[in-house]
Design a protein around this ligand. Sequence first.
Ligand code: ZN
Length: 258
Amino acid sequence: MDEGLKITFLGTGTSQGIPIIGSTHPVCLSDDPKDTRLRVSVSISWQGNSYVIDCGPDFRQQMLAHPVDRLDGILFTHEHADHTAGLDDIRPYFFRQGDIPIYAHERVARSLRRRFDYIFADTNRYPGAPCVDVNLVENNRTIQLGGISVIPISARHNRIEVFGYRFRDFTYMTDVKTIAEEEIDKIRGTKVLVVNALRKEAHHSHFNLEEALAFVEEIKPETAYFTHISHLLGFHEEVERELPKGVHLAYDGLEINL
Ligand SMILES: [Zn+2]
């Protein structure tokens, strides 16, 4: 079997997804499938290992579109609903495999415990509720997953700390607004970089297109993909044409191997 990483973009849209419910914006009405974006998530698999980063409200639909027969764990970037609201839908995996490992910042784990109390309950468990095995993610401590040392990368999403993750030469960052120099050093040398680029206008908690391009320029990966995209960024095809060589907009269903 291929020893490399296979990455599938399960979703590349911002928090409301594209199209937005009820919107008449031309991008929301576009019939280009690349302008339809579920909430952000990627699956990463290698040598029989299978992980996803984030588990948003579209998780079920994403797993039906890109099925994996087992799920070895979920790595969370942060607790916002567009990254976590699908947690209940791990049930089919839980029924087949038992407790599903999750990897999260201590604050994120606390938030999940509050919002999905029945998943974390020790007593009087509701029959059929899924169960998770919590692994806390700390900065400057690698996570061992299926023979890979995964490096958490700390960044700021306005006031909160978010984690990106580096798997060998693949780095996935989303919901970044600022990042410290020592964290950037952890990404250097990555061949493929994924980062959020919300829209052209500035935003208080997200890189806009210009900031995302500057970040790519600093890291200089072979290839960069933008994700967490708002309909306000514009039509996929038009924006893609304006991007420099080696920089692309990700789209739902895009697969890369490295
Ligand atoms: Zn988000």
